[in-house]
Write a protein that binds this ligand. Structure first.
Ligand SMILES: [Zn+2]
Length: 57
């Protein structure tokens, strides 16, 4: 279940700010992500692209 809001464009900003030590909840508030569906996407996402990109189809 999701609101369908496109949020992918904000992930890199979220990742960088959290990596620099800011609390995830505060960053999500600043990005305007107030609904729990969007917040859950970012808080639970595990970035596997670099791990799987080395395998060819
Ligand atoms: Zn949402």
């Amino acid at each position: 279940m999701s609101c369908g809001r496109p949020v992918g464009g904000m992930f890199e900003k979220f990742r960088q700010r959290v990596a620099s030590g800011e609390p995830a909840g505060k960053v999500l508030d600043d990005l305007g992500m107030k609904s729990y569906c969007c917040r859950a996407l970012f808080m639970t996402h595990i970035d596997t692209l670099e791990k799987i990109a080395k395998f060819r189809i």
